[in-house]
Design a protein around this ligand. Structure first.
Ligand code: BES
Ligand code: MN
Ligand code: ZN
Length: 494
């Protein structure tokens, strides 16, 4: 969506959008100063032609300076209690309606949304975000492509023009990157192999100050990434380790490390998945895609921090060279790991990736992974599980920010129980699997072990990384989960 912000009305545009509060007397509390329009809206509302419930859309006719226009109204609910999630619903429903009706030229009377109860910048930011995120569509592999929807939205704002424009822009940057992450995740796995993924990431940051370094399969083996190599060697598509570096500071202040699970397909390996369990396992690289997007946003917003991104990408498949249960491999940190279940591959590749990340002396390491079905059992499809070691305060901060931006992230513990269980191998230092309960905690403990004493947070996004029905945030499929939260957190760091 192209957005033009200015302070003049567009008499030539025949579709105008106005926000309507639930209680019509609240129209006076919004920042709108055309008395005759207010009166007309009151009449339409009183006659139930337009509605004020959150995100409710209605259309009718209205005359502005004696010219007929299509009036599109969107309900604002009780404007005294509007929050971020409500605004996402308001903009999401509105833009999805415009898309469905293929309305391409509209004028939005922004002053009818600005009220004294909520910060203008939140209104502008959610608008920009939803103008991208909510109407995303992916049909690269359809022969009957839907026509692309490329609307123009003219925003009429009479004050604080530049602040509003820049917050809309920030929201748009966030939405565009979420869509880039979604796009990577949607590519079918016969095309998006580790090599293709690595080359796409390289291309994405071409001619920017973000550097991309790629280790190929041979280098991974030669340099001792024994776990990543083990997971990848059952596939004809060899693994890749991708390192991204964003320097937002002049000095070489300790970076923040963002690590992503990039399994381009998870068949389970010899501990093979069931035929229905295997469906959707192309999405096992969502954590990695989301990390790429986070770094893209940080770069575009020129955040004053240094970031290292580490993506461990492999295809978990079966051939005569594939790892099998009972095998033992040596991790990048020198410890040995007994593989008891080849389907517990995410913690293996992340163990090596986190150990590698520690070499950059980060102040904190965060990893993002579609890691366990057990996290879904614990929290449901729509919530992420969070874990920490030596990063208790930082995690609390992130959980708070998640709430502010309409994401659901809840903490689970890593206790002494799990710290012991990962050492429960008869033959090696560590073991990748327990037959007991608490499998999400075990997996978190395994990954955390490789961060040593460096503060570490692990986010298991197995549930919310994808959604199986459309919502006000967009279509079904990948969601870019945690990108908004982590960007808010990165903005607080320096
Ligand atoms: N990629 C899966 C986890 C997953 C499951 C993500 C469902 C999204 C939806 C992961 O690699 C896996 O297979 N985990 C196993 C671990 C088990 C073998 C300990 C699981 O959760 O079943
Ligand atoms: Mn698996
Ligand atoms: Zn997996």
């Amino acid at each position: 969506m192209k957005i033009y912000v200015n302070s003049t009305t567009h008499n030539d545009i025949h579709n105008i959008i106005v926000g309507i509060p639930e209680h019509i007397n609240q129209l006076e509390n919004i920042n709108y100063n055309d008395q005759s329009l207010i009166e007309d809206l009151q009449t339409l509302k009183q006659n139930h032609i337009i509605q004020g419930g959150i995100g409710k859309i209605a259309t009718s006719i209205i005359y502005i300076q004696e010219q007929p226009k299509r009036l599109i109204t969107v309900g604002l609910g009780n404007i005294k209690q509007l929050n971020y999630a409500d605004l996402l619903k308001i903009w999401g429903n509105l833009f999805q309606y415009l898309k469905q009706e293929f309305i391409t030229e509209t004028e939005l009377i922004l002053s009818s949304f600005l009220n004294k109860y909520i910060n203008d910048s939140i209104i502008a930011k959610t608008l920009g975000l939803q103008s991208e995120q909510s109407i995303y569509q992916f049909d690269n592999y359809r022969s009957d492509k839907r026509s692309p929807y490329q609307p123009n939205l003219y925003i009429n704002v009479n004050q604080r023009y530049e602040d509003i424009e820049s917050m809309i822009q920030e929201g748009k940057i966030l939405g565009e990157s979420i869509n880039i992450a979604r796009g990577f995740s949607q590519i079918p796995p016969n095309i998006l192999t580790p090599q293709y993924f690595a080359e796409s990431v390289d291309k994405l940051f071409k001619d920017t100050s973000v550097s991309v370094e790629i280790k190929d399969g041979q280098t991974i083996q030669d340099e001792g990434f024994g776990l990543l190599h083990a997971v990848g060697k059952g596939s004809i598509h060899s693994p890749r380790l991708i390192t991204l570096s964003y320097q937002g500071r002049q000095d070489d202040a300790d970076p923040i490390a963002l690590v992503g699970k990039g399994i381009t397909y998870d068949s389970g390996g010899y501990s093979i998945k069931s035929k229905t369990g295997m469906q959707t396992m192309k999405y096992d690289m969502c954590g990695a895609a989301n990390v790429v997007a986070m770094i893209k946003v940080a770069h575009q917003l020129a955040l004053p921090i240094n970031i290292i991104g580490v993506i461990a990408s492999a295809e978990n498949m079966i051939n005569e060279k594939a790892m099998k249960p009972d095998d033992v491999y040596t991790a990048f940190n020198g410890e040995t790991v007994e593989v008891l279940n080849t389907d517990a591959e995410g913690r293996l590749v992340l163990g090596d990736a986190v150990a590698f990340a520690t070499q950059f002396k980060p102040q904190v390491i965060l990893d993002f992974a579609t890691l366990t079905g057990a996290a879904i059992v614990a929290l449901g499809e729509d919530k992420a599980a969070a874990f920490e070691s030596h990063a208790s305060n930082q995690l609390q901060e992130i959980l708070k920010l998640a709430k502010n931006v309409d994401e659901q992230v809840f903490e689970l513990p890593i206790s002494q129980t799990e710290r012991q269980l990962i050492k429960n191998s008869d033959v090696a230092d560590l073991v990748n699997h327990t037959n007991g309960q608490g499998k999400a905690l075990f997996a978190a403990s395994f990954i955390s072990h490789f961060s040593g004493s460096i503060p570490h947070m692990h986010f298991d996004i197995a549930g919310p990384a994808t959604i199986n029905k459309m919502s006000y945030k967009g279509p079904k499929g990948p969601t870019g989960y945690m990108i908004p939260t982590i960007i808010e957190w990165l903005k607080t760091m320096n």
